[in-house]
Design a binder for this molecule. Structure first.
Ligand SMILES: Cc1cc2nc3c(=O)[nH]c(=O)nc-3n(C[C@H](O)[C@H](O)[C@H](O)COP(=O)(O)OP(=O)(O)OC[C@H]3O[C@@H](n4cnc5c(N)ncnc54)[C@H](O)[C@@H]3O)c2cc1C
Ligand code: SF4
Length: 330
């Protein structure tokens, strides 16, 4: 599968990137695409899911790389690779759930190129969408690209393609915020506000905007954390269900706790009632089971991925319970 022709833009500074994006934003299928590690974008371009006129290569902008401690917490540049996150002593010590989630992405070679920004902005996935043009043409196009029906939920008008990035579940549990920059200035939003819950227009990124930084607040440092992931091939695969858990404990009780899911909905999501269920309690088998049930009820998997929705939802329940009980042993 060959790549269609495109013009490559190579800014060296953030200001240059923003003005190039403003000048060449484009629209629809031909809209400019940002390339970071390219580990998801390039396969998608080969499958003709995107045929941009311009590709903005941000890899040569030093200010988008690195992990820094600040007054407010820890900042991670959007271009920081997943390998750097995995190996960062600061993150290992303070935000272990993020390190654990990053370690499960794809394979070591891909993690050397893949960036945290790319993982957050990752396109949603579906068995009917992540296919070659010939395959999609023969089966009929769908809402997410070039068509008006959904093969997964026929009769509906919504796309249910699944968000399948690993690190955003961990970042949600850490109350991460993200910084987005455009010619109109900088905006900082909670990561949870970035995703729409729609499989097609899955993120609130304007055509002239780029993600620059991820901010982990001090209040989320040093929490106990765990990430559990279901995938077909243990050595290299997207999640088919993922659960991130963070807990703060004192005197044998849970002071606060958060659970977030990925790969079972069109967006990574926090399990809303889990925090209330955990607060002030002692962690035991019964509580872990109850929170596992809440997580399973939040998961809405459909036939967008390999493995049945029933199995993926059940594994959300199992992983949540196991992760909580594992953390209770620490
Ligand atoms: C075989 C294989 C297995 C994989 N397994 C996993 C897995 O297990 N878990 C997982 O989470 N992912 C997986 N991936 C997907 C991908 O490797 C990762 O999600 C990676 O983190 C994407 O980062 P990237 O820098 O390569 O993104 P890119 O491919 O460069 O970009 C991805 C998307 O993000 C946008 N983007 C990137 N950076 C920015 C920015 N700063 N601002 C605005 N938009 C931006 C791009 O325009 C594009 O839409 C896999 C990929 C392959 C090929
Ligand atoms: S969920 Fe439906 S509309 Fe969305 S990509 Fe899959 S088949 Fe297409």
């Amino acid at each position: 599968m060959s790549l269609s022709d495109f013009k490559l833009l190579r800014p060296r500074t953030l200001d240059e990137a923003v003005s190039l994006l403003a000048k060449h934003a484009g629209e629809g299928a031909r809209a400019t695409r940002i390339i970071a590690g390219g580990t998801d974008l390039i396969p998608s371009m080969r499958q003709k899911l995107f045929e941009p006129e311009h590709v903005l290569d941000i890899r040569h902008i030093p200010e988008l790389k690195g992990i820094r401690e600040t007054e407010q917490g820890t900042e991670i540049g959007a271009l920081t690779t997943l390998t750097s996150i995995e190996r960062s002593p600061i993150l290992q010590e303070r935000y272990p759930v993020l390190v654990e989630a990053a370690k499960t992405v794809a394979s070591p070679v891909i993690r050397n190129m893949a960036t945290l920004g790319g993982n957050i902005c990752l396109d949603t996935r579906c068995l009917w969408y992540n296919q070659s043009l010939t395959w999609r043409k023969s089966c009929g196009f769908c809402i997410k690209k070039d068509g008006d029906l959904c093969h997964v939920a026929p009769g509906g008008k919504k796309c249910w393609a699944t968000f399948s990035g690993d690190t955003p579940a961990a970042l949600l549990c850490l109350d991460a915020e993200i910084e987005l920059v455009s010619p109109h200035g900088t905006r900082r939003i909670p990561l949870s506000d970035f995703y729409t819950g729609e499989g097609d227009n899955y993120r609130l990124l304007k055509p002239n905007e780029l993600l620059t930084r991820i901010i982990l607040p001090k209040s989320s440092a040093n929490l106990f954390g765990a990430y559990r992931k279901l995938r077909v091939r243990g050595s290299i695969d997207y999640p088919l269900a993922g659960v991130a858990v963070t807990l703060k404990r004192s005197n044998g009780h849970i002071e606060s706790g958060q659970i977030a899911l990925t790969a079972v909905n069109p967006a990574p999501v926090l399990v809303k009632k889990a925090s209330d269920a955990l607060r002030g309690k002692r962690l035991d088998e019964e509580l872990a089971g109850l929170v596992g049930d809440l997580a399973a009820r939040t998961a809405k998997p459909l036939t967008t991925s390999a493995l049945t929705p029933e199995y993926r939802r059940e594994m959300i329940r199992v992983f949540t319970k196991r992760a909580l009980l594992d953390l209770a042993k620490n």
